[in-house]
Design a protein around this ligand. Structure first.
Ligand code: CAA
Length: 410
């Protein structure tokens, strides 16, 4: 846990800027881009001009180095207007973080300034058809050939694919190694043999492309290998996900708040039995639960982001808890928001159906919530050593009850 959740003045200013952009460039056209399954380039341009891509890039490489909490505040605001646009923004942080956490000085200087300025967008290519939750089970290979790597295989569900200029591709470089099997390599758009093979037709987050990327003997310079040596890819992927999951969770907080806000407004306007439905206790109970859950997830997410800012050594558990809790809340809140809209909520004429469709993927990507729970439980079990003093209070098999215990300290 962090010791403090501190909002810098800069973070609050960035949050306000994101709110203004969301209300001007994102919310009014969210339905249009959703229907067309098109990327909102105008909003992305506004985000770039406002400097919001600088938030997650360190100062030395053209960014603001504003930290994880600022990144969460910005993502939350964008997602409140359109969860799809929230991830379209956040995936640039996901795709560039392997370079930030594992890249050499030369690589950071080569790639990060263009990401900070919004000139280059990023994508993170980990998942494959047969390697989703089991991220270690990749099949895409990168073979060393002189001063190059030659990449072969297919990646699945690449968010931002086609729009992105830089693709962080996780490849097998040493199949004989158990723990150093994988390396991350940057592939730039336009490299021969690299193609966007299938653009997925999705249930939600339709304004951001999710694609298959294919690698047909893609040759890249060996200097595109992230870091100084092969085999660091899995570690870099996990470290990246630890830092990116609070951002998905922030997207979920924004989505939940967005759905709740619409439900409140609608419940005041909609009249049944001669009065606004917001006057009925059952609707009030739903609204109150939605608000409590959203607020609880918000603070867990902020705590996970603050822990990253503070440099807490192991953020894996709190990042997974925030991702899992906030995204389950977003699904629940969006479901109840549709319920409050009743029959109208089921129709695409109203904005709430989109919140419901957009929420589902939050429980799946950047690690399913089953994987998050597993990660949390694994960490709890590891930390059990710190609870050794409680052993004395748990009866041994030969003892009958807790009352039989003779605990010396009592
Ligand atoms: N930080 C640093 N290192 C870590 C780590 C972490 N958080 N977690 C694990 N590692 C290290 C371990 O220490 C271990 O290292 P050694 O071999 O040196 O001992 C190594 O990585 C292997 O660890 P595990 O044995 O724990 O690995 P595992 O195979 O059991 O899998 C997992 C762990 C948590 C299930 C992992 O596979 C995982 O997170 N799966 C989910 C994948 C995922 O989130 N995919 C998201 C795709 S991106 C996406 O969805 C983006 C989008 O579209 C928007």
């Amino acid at each position: 846990m962090p010791h403090d959740i501190r909002f810098s003045e800069q973070a609050l200013e960035l949050q306000e800027t994101a709110r203004q952009i969301a209300e001007k460039y994102v919310r009014p056209v969210a339905a249009k881009y959703d229907r067309a399954q098109e990327y909102n380039r105008e909003a992305a341009q506004a985000v770039a001009e406002a400097g919001l891509f600088k938030v997650f890039i360190p100062e030395e490489y053209g960014g603001y180095g504003a930290g994880s909490l600022a990144l969460c505040l910005v993502t939350e605001e964008l997602a409140k207007a359109d969860s799809g646009f929230g991830v379209a923004y956040a995936v640039n942080a996901l795709g560039s973080t392997p370079i930030v956490v594992g890249g050499t000085e030369e690589q950071k200087k080569r790639w990060l300034p263009a990401v900070a300025s919004g000139k280059k967008f990023c994508a993170f290519c980990l998942s494959e058809k047969n390697a989703g939750s089991d991220a270690g089970g990749l099949a895409v290979t990168a073979e060393r050939d002189g001063n190059d790597y030659v990449i072969r295989g297919e990646k699945k569900w690449t968010t931002n694919g086609g729009v992105a200029d830089l693709y962080t591709v996780f490849c097998v470089t040493d199949d004989s190694s158990k723990s150093r099997r994988i390396s991350a390599i940057v592939v730039e758009k336009g490299t021969e043999g690299f193609s966007i093979a299938k653009v997925e037709d999705k249930m939600g987050i339709r304004c951001v492309p999710v694609v298959e990327t294919h690698y047909d003997s893609v040759r890249v310079p060996a200097s595109n290998l992230i870091g100084e040596r092969e085999g660091m890819g899995f570690k870099h992927a996990m470290m990246t996900l630890d830092r990116a999951r609070p951002c998905v969770a922030a997207q979920a907080v924004g989505a939940a708040q967005g759905a709740l806000d619409l439900a409140v407004v609608y419940s005041n306007r909609r009249r049944q039995f001669g009065q606004p439905i917001s006057s009925f206790q059952m609707v009030q109970k739903m609204l109150a639960d939605m608000a409590m859950q959203t607020e609880a997830s918000r603070w867990l997410v902020y705590a996970s982001a603050a822990a990253i800012n503070e440099g807490v050594k192991n953020v894996t558990k709190i990042a997974a808890m925030g991702k899992c809790f906030a995204t389950d809340v977003a699904m629940h809140v969006a479901t109840d928001a549709v319920q409050i809209f009743g029959g109208y909520g089921f129709m695409e004429d109203y904005p709430i159906a989109k919140f419901f469709r957009d929420a589902k993927i939050l429980q799946i990507y950047e690690g399913t919530n089953q994987i998050q729970r597993m990660v949390v439980a694994r960490n709890l079990i590891k930390e059990a050593a710190a609870l050794a003093h409680l052993e004395a209070y748990i009866p041994q098999e030969e003892q009958q009850t807790y009352a039989d215990q003779k605990v010396e300290t009592l």
